[in-house]
Each structure stands twice: as structure tokens, then as C-alpha cells.
Design a protein around this ligand. Structure first.
Ligand code: PHE
Length: 339
């Protein structure tokens, strides 16, 4: 068993499965967002929580934070929608489970949750990051995550194309949720050539300045960089042969369906930036402001450090012949074992 603690409870109010996986507290309090998502079976949500929480340990370690990794998954049955009272019940159930962990784990926003939800969780436990600034938290983390993605894209382009300038490059942004929409806007401000897609047709409204295509066409677009910004598991033995990009970097968690897919990408000459490095801007900002009482400006400077971390990992991988995944994991494990 790799995880320290796994709590699975049917919410006392909501009757929905609430899963909290604490992967590691070796470096400090485990952190990781609360995901509210649909799964065919609750066990699929458990599988997701186990993988996502392990990735959070690597993410925190590679970001140099004194934190471990965890994750919360609330399993919605297919088709289920939460009205406001039901949502409040679910979030209070989540808060109770987290409260039972006595500070070993703190949550934050993730797919399906936002700052206001953190305020509701905080009615039951103090361990919730990213409440709105007016409520005493560090606020929405998605813009900071996006700033980290931009820093990573510059480092990736410098490594792959010899220049960190994004202006002359083309990007396919797949997924226009909270983070993806910010990334697209920031790339548009740089004057980059953009393709965008989302499974939700209504997100087209935030795709200004980009060519709107289907998710499948976005995935296989002939661009410099693919930017996965939706749910994970997008890069698989089926999808990798169809890719036409030269490099990949984006904020989606768990982009590879399995570790071996990193080797498939390497064999195709596609440079993949590990998602655990690219997506760390949100936790870097939230912990800097809420735990270490830094200003938002100081946190922003720290987020730029993602570029240096990614450059180092890509260079190490090239020198050793390892995949970037192997290089990133080795560095994370090294830090965790040397605590
Ligand atoms: N969704 C964030 C991530 O995957 C989780 C998070 C953000 C946790 C901010 C705490 C604070 O990294």
C-alpha cells in the first residue's frame, strides 16, 4: 500500500461517496483539490483519487513546497446535477471527512469546485485553501495556475525550438475550463496562433481569437504545442500515434493513461512536459499566501520558478536518455526521501 490514509464514506447528508486519499505527509501536510465529478461507478472515483493524490505528492515535491499530496473525489452518478442545497450538503460532508484527518490534509479547488465551495467546506474544517479574498483566503487559484503554465510553455519552447518567444508559435488548447480559458487568453495576448476546443460547446464564448474545432481535431492538430487543459488520460497508446504536435505541456492532471505512454511520446519525438511541474502554479500561490504569509507578488515570482524546474528536468532527461516522466519522478522521490 502506497498511500498513508484512504477514507471512503457515504456522506451522512448527501448519501454520495466521499473519497479522501492522503498519499504522503513525508514533507508536510498533504494538499490537493476537491474534485466533484461524474463516474460510472464509485470505484472509478477511488481509482482517480489514488492516482491524483500520488501525483500531488510529486507536484508539491517538485515545486519545492513543504507539503505532501492528497486529493478529494466526490462521486456524482452519471447525469446527476446538484442544486444549491444539495451542493452545500456534499461540501459539509467533505468538510467533516477532512476534519477527521486532524490537519494531515488540506483541500483546495479542483475540477467541479471553486473558491465559494471552499468557504462552505471551511464551515466544517479550517483546512481549505483558496476561499475568496474577502472571506480571508487567497482566492481563485486558476489564474495563478495559468501563469505557471505560461512559464512552462516558455521553457518548453526554448528547449524544443530554441526560443522562449511564444509569439511565433502555434498552440492547440484542449479544454476551456477555469484554467484553460486563462491560458488561452494569455496566449492570445502574446499574439500566438491558437486552436481551441471543449466538449462543452458553450465554452466557445471564451475562445475569442482562436479557431474553434472539435476536441478530436484539437488533439491531433498540426501545431507546435498541444496544451491539455481538460480531464486526464488523454495521452494513450491509441491517441499518441495520431498526434501531429512537436511538444506537449498543459495544466490537466494525469495526462498519461499509464507511465509507458511517456516512452511512446519519446519514440515519436514529441517532447512532453510532466503535468506535475506545469500545473503547480495554483498550489505555489495558495501556500505562499496562506501558509507563509507572502504577498501575491512574491508568490507570482515563485511561480516563475516553474520554468527553471522544467528546463532542468528536460535537460536531465535528454542527458540520461530517460523520459521527462522518469526524470521528474526521480527528482520528486529524491526530495521526499531526503526530507
Ligand atoms: N487543483 C489544484 C491542483 O491540482 C489543487 C489545489 C489548488 C490545492 C490550490 C490547494 C490549493 O494542483
Amino acid at each position: 500500500m502506497e498511500h498513508e490514509t484512504i477514507v471512503i464514506r457515504r456522506g451522512t447528508r448527501s448519501a454520495l461517496p466521499i473519497i479522501v486519499a492522503v498519499h504522503s505527509t513525508a514533507l508536510g501536510q498533504a494538499i490537493g483539490g476537491c474534485r466533484i465529478a461524474r463516474y460510472p461507478y464509485w470505484r472509478d472515483g477511488l481509482t482517480d483519487a489514488l492516482r491524483l493524490s500520488a501525483a500531488m505528492s510529486d507536484k508539491a515535491a517538485l515545486a519545492g513546497l513543504p507539503n505532501g499530496g492528497g486529493k478529494t473525489v466526490v462521486v456524482l452518478p452519471p447525469g446527476e446535477r446538484l442544486d444549491a442545497p444539495a451542493r452545500r450538503d456534499v461540501l459539509h460532508d467533505v468538510g467533516d471527512v477532512i476534519a477527521g484527518l486532524d490537519g494531515a490534509y488540506a483541500t483546495g479547488p479542483d475540477v467541479g469546485t471553486g473558491p465559494d465551495d471552499m468557504t462552505t467546506i471551511a464551515e466544517r474544517t479550517p483546512y481549505a485553501f483558496c476561499r475568496p479574498v474577502a472571506a480571508g483566503g487567497s482566492g481563485d487559484s486558476s489564474g495563478h495556475t495559468a501563469a505557471g503554465v505560461l512559464a512552462a510553455l516558455r521553457a518548453l519552447c526554448a528547449d524544443r525550438f530554441g526560443s522562449a518567444d511564444l509569439t511565433a508559435r502555434s498552440f492547440a488548447v484542449l479544454g476551456l475550463g477555469r484554467v484553460g480559458a486563462h491560458v488561452l487568453r494569455m496566449l492570445a495576448e502574446h499574439g500566438a496562433t491558437l486552436i481551441a476546443a471543449d466538449i462543452d460547446e458553450s465554452r466557445r464564448a471564451v475562445a475569442d481569437g482562436a479557431t474553434w474545432v472539435s476536441p478530436q481535431d484539437c488533439l491531433t492538430a498540426d501545431v507546435d504545442v498541444l496544451v491539455p487543459s481538460a480531464l486526464g488520460g488523454l495521452l494513450t497508446p491509441d491517441s499518441v500515434p495520431a498526434l501531429r504536435c512537436a511538444a506537449i505541456a498543459g495544466p490537466a492532471n494525469n495526462q498519461l493513461d499509464a507511465d509507458e505512454t511517456a516512452t511512446l511520446l519519446q519514440q515519436r519525438g514529441i517532447l512532453w512536459a510532466p503535468d506535475v511541474i506545469v500545473s503547480a502554479g495554483g498550489i505555489i500561490h495558495a501556500t505562499a499566501v496562506e501558509l507563509h504569509h507572502e504577498t501575491s507578488e512574491q508568490a507570482t515570482t515563485r511561480i516563475q520558478g516553474i520554468a527553471g524546474t522544467l528546463t532542468e528536468i528536460l535537460q536531465t532527461a535528454r542527458a540520461t536518455g530517460d523520459t521527462p516522466l522518469q526524470a521528474a519522478r526521480a527528482k520528486a522521490r529524491d526530495r521526499i526521501s531526503r526530507r
